[in-house]
Design a protein around this ligand. Structure first.
Ligand SMILES: C[S@@+](CC[C@H](N)C(=O)[O-])C[C@H]1O[C@@H](n2cnc3c(N)ncnc32)[C@H](O)[C@@H]1O
Length: 219
C-alpha cells in the first residue's frame, strides 16, 4: 500500500485534547522501559531532547524515570506546547523546558544533547530526512538516540483492523487520527533506506504489530 501523508502538525484544539486524553499507557510505558534498558544510566543527570513532544506525556515519563535529568521538548504546534505547559505536574516543572519550534528550522537551546528521543514524529514528516538530520545536528559523540514510531500496514483493511483492535473505545477524532497515522507511516524497508541515506548505522526492531523501535549511538 502506498504511503498517504497526513498534515505535519497537530494544531486543532479538539485533536490536541483527544490526543492528550487518549490511553497511551501501554505503548508509552513500553517506550520508557525499553529506553531505560538501552540508556542503562539510572543516575543520568544531563539534558535529554524530546523531538515532536506533543502533549508532553513521554517527556514527563522520562523526567520521572530519570529524577536527576532535565528535558527539552520541542513541537511545532502551539496548542500542544500550551498543553504541555499547563499539564506538567508542578514537581517536574523546574526540570522541563517546552519549546515551540518547527523542525528542522528551529534553533534549540543547546547545540548538543546526551540523549535524544522521539515517539511518533517520523510518520508526520513529509520528508523523513528531517528527523534523521535533526538527530545528527543535535548529537554529540556518545549521544544515545531512541526513536519509536508506527509501521504502515500492508492494506487499508489491516489498518482498519488495527484501529478496531487498539482504539475501539476512543473518540471518533482519535480513531480517525490513528487511521490516518497508520496510512502515513513508513515500512521497515523504507526506514532502513532512510537511515542508510542519512549514514546512520542504527538498530531497527519491529516490537509489535504496529510499532518499530530504533536505537543508536553517535560514534
Ligand atoms: C503523534 S504526535 C506525538 C507526540 C508525542 N511524541 C507522543 O508520543 O505523545 C506528533 C507531534 O509531532 C509534531 N510535529 C510534526 N511535525 C513537526 C515538525 N516538523 N516540527 C515540530 N513538530 C512537529 C506534531 O505537532 C505532533 O504534536
Amino acid at each position: 500500500m502506498e504511503r498517504l501523508p497526513e498534515p505535519e502538525l497537530m494544531e486543532d484544539q479538539a485533536q490536541v485534547k483527544a490526543y492528550a486524553k487518549a490511553d497511551f499507557e501501554a505503548p508509552h510505558n513500553q517506550f520508557i522501559q525499553r529506553l531505560k534498558l538501552f540508556i542503562n544510566k539510572p543516575q543520568f543527570s544531563g539534558t535529554a531532547l524530546d523531538l515532536g513532544c506533543g502533549s508532553g506525556d513521554i517527556s514527563c515519563r522520562f523526567a520521572k524515570a530519570f529524577p536527576l535529568s532535565k528535558v527539552h521538548g520541542v513541537d511545532g504546534s502551539e496548542a500542544m506546547i500550551d498543553y504541555c505547559k499547563l499539564s506538567t505536574p508542578k514537581e517536574l516543572k523546574p526540570r522541563m523546558n517546552f519549546i515551540l519550534g518547527m523542525l528542522p528550522e528551529t534553533i534549540l537551546p543547546q547545540s548538543g544533547y546526551e540523549i535524544i528521543f522521539c515517539n511518533s514524529l517520523l510518520h508526520h514528516l513529509h520528508d523523513p530526512q528531517v528527523l534523521w538530520q535533526v538527530i545528527k545536528k543535535y548529537s554529540r559523540p556518545d549521544t544515545r538516540i531512541v526513536v519509536m514510531d508506527l509501521l504502515r500496514p500492508d492494506s487499508i483493511e489491516n489498518a482498519q483492523i488495527l484501529v478496531n483492535n487498539y482504539a475501539l473505545d476512543e473518540p471518533e477524532i482519535l480513531k480517525k487520527d490513528f487511521y490516518n497515522s497508520l496510512l502515513a507511516a513508513f515500512t521497515l524497508t523504507e526506514i532502513k533506506k532512510q537511515l542508510a541515506q542519512a549514514g546512520l548505522n542504527f538498530f531497527i526492531e519491529q516490537i509489535s504489530d504496529r510499532h518499530v523501535f530504533i536505537t543508536g549511538v553517535k560514534p
